[in-house]
Unconditional design. Structure first.
Ligand SMILES: [Zn+2]
Length: 421
């Protein structure tokens, strides 16, 4: 058992003084008392808060940082550069890239990551032996000490009705049955060395309505084991919506609903361009919407109806997506800031709502219990409340002031994690 004490903790947006807690051998919080002095043997901290969940990451997009800003265009122009970045990665270079990224995440205050993964096959589309790319990600998470939900994504078509071409051939599994079959084998491979991959769990994704036809989505909804989180890109661009309505007579949200995928285990990434009926349907289903504000701004995607989605019943989470910025504070402040710009008022989300999106609800959509709660993962970070950025801030509003440089220590599963060298 590991014992900890913090002079101050912000949990669920509430500020607690003098918190003593401990973690069991599995890395879960097994005791919790507030309003106490530091026990003699406890590892002491100043200001702590649960670790943040990065609910939407593509590790290989890290290669694009600082390299696409002279291209102009929009999402679709950027997508060509993204495919080029996927061209030559092999298991060893993928492991190296992902380890560096996951270390950066942990150093910035993310203690869990949902890696939306489809770069899986050799360049000619043939499979690597022994799930080499997936195991490279799992090993990278272990090496970085971060909690990982590997969201293995079904990716079958290059657009609605289009063959996979070029780098896309690395993504495919033929059909939904082929993906489900490989997903089951991957689950067995990841479960086998439980001691090695104790931080890793397998989730699922259907890339988008662009990449999985309705019949495939329905098959995945029916055959994926209950309780497995499933993520999807949803209505990121108006063109995706137009193509979908033209092909199926339905919006992407309606396609997901018809397939049986709307529900509490669904996490819809972006959900930027929705109809009023889409908002009601997503909210009523209890789905999570993963906002990626720095990516959506970088790509010029637009501003989604995050407040309306939350009012309709959706949970919110954040993701770093294309890794243009690794900064959970900036994602949360931008989530609020974009809504202020769109709605022309302040305080669209309360600080507790933002903390919940970054921490408890992000963890939930990755299949984990909320961090730093009794029975949940003992995942937390220590923040510097007196840096040039944070001095004078109220602890419950420090989201709006802090940055990655203010993360002093990161603890995952009760174990301190090293910072980026
Ligand atoms: Zn994405």
């Amino acid at each position: 058992m590991s014992g900890f004490w913090a002079a101050r903790a912000v949990v669920g947006g509430r500020v607690l003084e003098g918190v003593a807690f401990s973690a069991d051998a599995a890395g879960r919080v097994d005791s919790w008392r507030a309003g106490v002095r530091a026990p003699a043997a406890a590892l002491a901290f100043g200001l702590i808060t649960p670790g943040f969940a990065n609910a939407h990451s593509h590790a290989f997009h890290r290669r694009l940082r600082g390299r696409t800003h002279s291209l102009g265009g929009d999402f679709w122009r950027w997508r060509e550069a993204m495919y080029a970045a996927a061209e030559d990665l092999e298991p060893d270079t993928y492991h190296e890239l992902a380890t560096g990224l996951f270390r950066e995440l942990a150093g910035a205050g993310y203690t869990a990551v949902g890696e939306f993964h489809y770069l899986r096959h050799c360049r000619d589309g043939s499979p690597y032996p022994s799930n080499a790319m997936e195991l490279a990600l799992a090993e990278a998470a272990r090496d970085a000490g971060i909690r990982l939900t590997l969201l293995d994504a079904c990716y079958l078509t290059g657009g609605i009705g289009q063959e996979l071409t070029g780098a896309q051939r690395r993504f495919g599994d033929g059909d939904a049955a082929g993906w489900l079959d490989r997903w089951g084998r991957l689950r067995d491979a990841l479960a086998a060395p439980a001691d090695t991959f104790g931080l890793v769990r397998l989730g699922a994704a259907a890339h988008s309505v662009r990449a999985v036809p309705p019949a495939g989505l329905a098959r995945i909804a029916a055959e994926l084991p209950a309780g497995v989180p499933i993520h999807t890109h949803l209505s990121e661009t108006p063109q995706e919506n137009r193509d979908c309505v033209r092909a199926y007579g339905l919006t992407p949200t309606q396609v997901m609903a018809e397939a049986g995928l709307l529900g509490p285990r669904l996490a819809a990434v972006h959900a930027t361009h929705l109809t009023p009926d889409d908002i009601v349907a997503l909210g009523a289903s209890g789905a999570t919407v993963v906002a990626c504000p720095t990516t959506e701004a970088d790509l010029g995607d637009g501003i989604g109806p995050a407040r309306a989605l939350a009012d309709a019943g959706a949970r919110l989470a954040i993701g770093s997506d294309q890794q243009v910025v690794i900064d959970p504070f900036r994602e949360l402040a931008s989530l609020e800031g974009h809504q202020r710009l769109a709605l022309r008022r302040r305080g669209v989300f309360s600080p507790p709502e933002l903390w919940r999106a970054g921490q408890a609800d992000g963890y939930r959509c990755l299949g984990f219990d909320p961090p730093l709660e009794l029975g949940g993962p003992c995942d937390f970070i220590e923040l510097d409340p007196a840096s040039p950025r944070t001095a004078g801030s109220q602890p419950d509003q420090i989201i709006f002031a802090a940055g990655p440089a203010d993360v002093l220590r990161t603890v995952v599963g009760g174990r301190p994690v090293g910072r980026t060298p």
